[in-house]
Design a binder for this molecule. Structure first.
Ligand code: AMO
Length: 443
């Protein structure tokens, strides 16, 4: 074979079946399921993104299926495409098998049944056998959909002139502070796994003006909850020359609209298979933090225990409020208390007890944090000192401020959390391909 880089399409996919009706073609895929009937058999073949129904019968050809043809064999199947009519009148194509050439033979049968509509085992078993359970069409559709979310985020931001960056994950400081940072021995020195690309994305605003990153981040969460992972994918962006932190919320709203539209069009297979209810976004309502607390107390008679943040139940109630009051699946909560936001957050000049920051709730779950950042050197140093931090330890970070930075801000979206609530899943692990949590580091 001449290695020219010209890619030739060697197989036919289901999308081509209409074009090749009544012709003999060859498909490549994995034998997903064999269902023996009295005088014929259905052989369901799993290809990259679809399953194709093939029919074996001694009537069609002289080919005789051997006992070696088993589920999970990789195979090349040749046959004639024929059309049948479904109940709704639409055509459904199948392949009448003329020949099966086996390309591999599994050594054992799958440990979990993956041929049913759903993988019917508990989540922990499902995760234990991930390399196998992900073969189930519904399971794999989740992560195809997740690809669509990340792709939409990337495509939208590139169209807006953002530059994609890749920041280091082994760092001298954790970035977000707090206790949930993984420590690492780095040739005898203590370093940390990145909790977020925060400090780097800010540095790069002074270089590229608008930047984004989609990458893993690490949080040493010691608790086992349905919404926390120890490694997750953070979709971050940071933009310079903003007029206000609302520019960031507006950019996120644009990105979400683009993502949802992309899912509807290019991920229709997965959206239908998973029965996803794609949110309609026209505009996203906003509430100030203290307004939200008042609504919780007055409308929902909820007595908050923490006046500086929301607990999961409060987020759920605010999700309900957004739906009822504004018919919106999303709601921005702005102006979080200064005491609860990280050192890089800009305080509201009108009321420095609060910040120019926001969270975005999606169907009652926080999926984003963001805000405007301090860009003035003296202001940032003073804020660090007020919080008991030593600015000298952040000399690299402070180069941004010391040598001049535009007004800027940004956000981070938890990809698995967004996927989780699109799916209507109860546990973030269902939306994580290979989750890392306090009890799990494999497979
Ligand atoms: P924050 O720490 O709030 O902000 O994280 C941003 C978003 O990331 C998701 N997230 C998580 N997802 C799964 N497991 C976790 N343990 C976890 N922790 C957070 C959530 C959350 O809203 N640097 C700031 C962002 C910024 O201001 O630009 C940050 O990381 O969806």
């Amino acid at each position: 074979m001449a290695i020219t880089g010209e890619i030739e399409n060697k197989t036919v996919s289901y999308a081509d079946f209409e074009k090749y009706e009544n012709e003999v073609v060859t498909i490549k895929g994995t034998i997903h399921n064999i269902r023996m009937m009295s005088d014929f058999a259905f052989v369901i073949v799993r290809t990259a993104r679809e399953t194709i129904q093939c029919v074996y019968s001694e009537e069609f050809s002289s080919y005789r299926m051997s006992e070696d043809v088993k589920e999970e064999c990789a195979a090349k199947i040749t046959g004639k495409i024929v059309a049948g009519v479904q109940k709704d009148g639409s055509k459904r194509y199948e392949l009448q098998i003329h020949d099966i050439q086996l390309l591999s033979h599994p050594a054992d049968i799958p440990p979990v049944v993956i041929t049913k509509k759903q993988v019917n085992c508990d989540l922990s078993t499902n995760l234990d056998y991930r390399p196998v359970t992900l073969r189930n069409p519904k399971e794999r559709a989740i992560f195809k959909l997740q690809e669509g979310i990340a792709r939409g985020f990337r495509e939208f931001l590139m169209k807006q002139g953002f530059t994609e960056i890749r920041s280091p994950k082994i760092n001298f400081a954790g970035a977000e502070g707090g206790t949930n940072v993984f420590k690492l021995d780095y040739f005898g020195k203590q370093v940390y796994l990145a909790q977020s690309p925060q400090l780097y994305k800010q540095a790069l605003v002074a270089v590229y003006e608008k930047v984004f990153e989609i990458a893993p981040v690490f949080r040493a969460e010691h608790h086992d909850t349905s919404r926390h992972l120890n490694e997750y994918i953070s979709m971050d962006f940071e933009m310079g020359f903003i007029d206000s932190f609302e520019d960031i919320m507006n950019m996120e709203t644009g990105a979400l609209k683009y993502i949802m539209n992309l899912l509807k069009i290019e991920y229709k297979n997965e959206v239908d298979l998973l029965h996803i209810d794609i949110p309609e976004i026209t505009e996203i309502p906003t509430l100030k933090f203290m307004e939200a607390k008042e609504i919780l107390m007055k409308k929902f008679k909820y007595q908050p225990t923490d006046m500086k943040d929301f607990d999961p139940e409060e987020e759920q109630l605010l999700g309900k409020y957004a739906k009822k009051q504004f018919n919106s699946d999303f709601i921005f909560i702005t102006h979080y208390p200064s005491k609860k936001r990280p050192f890089y957050t800009m305080d509201d000049p009108e009321d420095p007890e609060y910040t120019l920051s926001f969270d975005l709730l999606f169907r009652g779950l926080e999926i984003t944090s963001g805000g405007q950042r301090v860009h003035d050197y003296n202001e940032q140093v003073a804020k660090m000192q007020k919080l008991g931090m030593n600015p000298e330890e952040f000399a690299t970070y402070l180069m941004l401020h010391k040598y001049g930075a535009p007004p800027h801000g940004g956000l981070g979206i938890g990809l698995e959390r967004l996927t989780m609530h699109l799916l209507g899943a109860k546990n973030v692990r269902e939306a994580t391909m290979f989750p890392r949590d306090i009890n799990r580091v494999s497979p």
